[in-house]
Design a protein around this ligand. Structure first.
Ligand code: ZN
Length: 229
């Protein structure tokens, strides 16, 4: 920035200019600190959800630990709802900027800066980069991957359901209901994601791989954990 002062400024004008300058420097600083709005959001979620949960789990007696799940559910719901405001994606095909519907906001397959969506303008389904998150520009540049959307998600859902039922067996046999809850919560979330993806044609291999290599092993972890016990 360069200053050209041709006419002498009055005291008031001078003050105005310097306060303008101050404001613009401050907002530049804001932008630098909020460079990655997703990171900020994740940090807040950790501070508000994860840390209190760990503390509460350590303090609460066994029979009250269910309250923690309720607390996490409320916090996550509030965060998801807040993150829907002023959040926009860009279609890589026609460059349209659009806001997905709330179901897709929650359930469409996603990666950190990408979401698999159907563009309301050109109707193409593709990985759309996140452009504005909660009113803030997302400056991270990501190249949307080209992917053949032909994953067999029906089969994936069947296998997942099979392992979910397996994961319930030890708890049912031992009449210990507590381990059923995390398994069931995970099942409901992944079931809803898979159903939404099947319905809308979001047949990404990312969702399939995630289910086979992360979610199902997690289910088996619950299963094996309680069988060994
Ligand atoms: Zn488009």
């Amino acid at each position: 920035m360069h200053w050209t002062i041709d006419i002498p400024l009055t005291n008031f004008q001078q003050r105005l200019k310097s306060s303008d300058l101050k404001r613009s420097t401050l907002s530049d600083l804001d932008v630098a600190q909020n460079h990655d709005p997703i990171l900020n959001f994740a940090l807040k979620l950790v501070i508000l959800a994860v840390i209190p949960t760990i503390i509460v789990v350590l303090i609460l007696p066994e029979n009250l630990k269910l309250l923690v799940l309720l607390y996490i559910a409320v916090i996550i719901f509030l965060f998801v709802k807040a993150s829907y405001n002023e959040t926009y994606y860009e279609c890589p095909k026609c460059k349209a900027l659009f806001k997905p519907d709330f179901t897709d906001h929650v359930l469409a397959p996603h990666q950190t800066y990408l979401k698999l969506l159907k563009c309301p303008k050109c109707g193409k389904i593709s990985w759309c980069p996140l452009k504005i998150f909660m009113g803030k520009d997302v400056r991270v540049k990501v190249k949307p991957p080209e992917e053949k959307l032909d994953a067999n998600l029906e089969r994936c859902l069947k296998i997942f359901t099979f392992f979910y039922i397996i994961s319930l067996m030890p708890s049912i046999l031992k009449l210990n209901w507590f381990p059923l809850i995390p398994s069931t919560v995970i099942y409901i979330i992944v079931f809803a994601e898979l159903k939404n993806a099947i319905k809308k044609g979001y047949r990404t291999h990312v969702l399939q791989a995630l289910t086979y290599f992360l979610i199902i092993p997690l289910m088996l972890f619950f299963f094996l954990g309680f069988v060994v016990e």
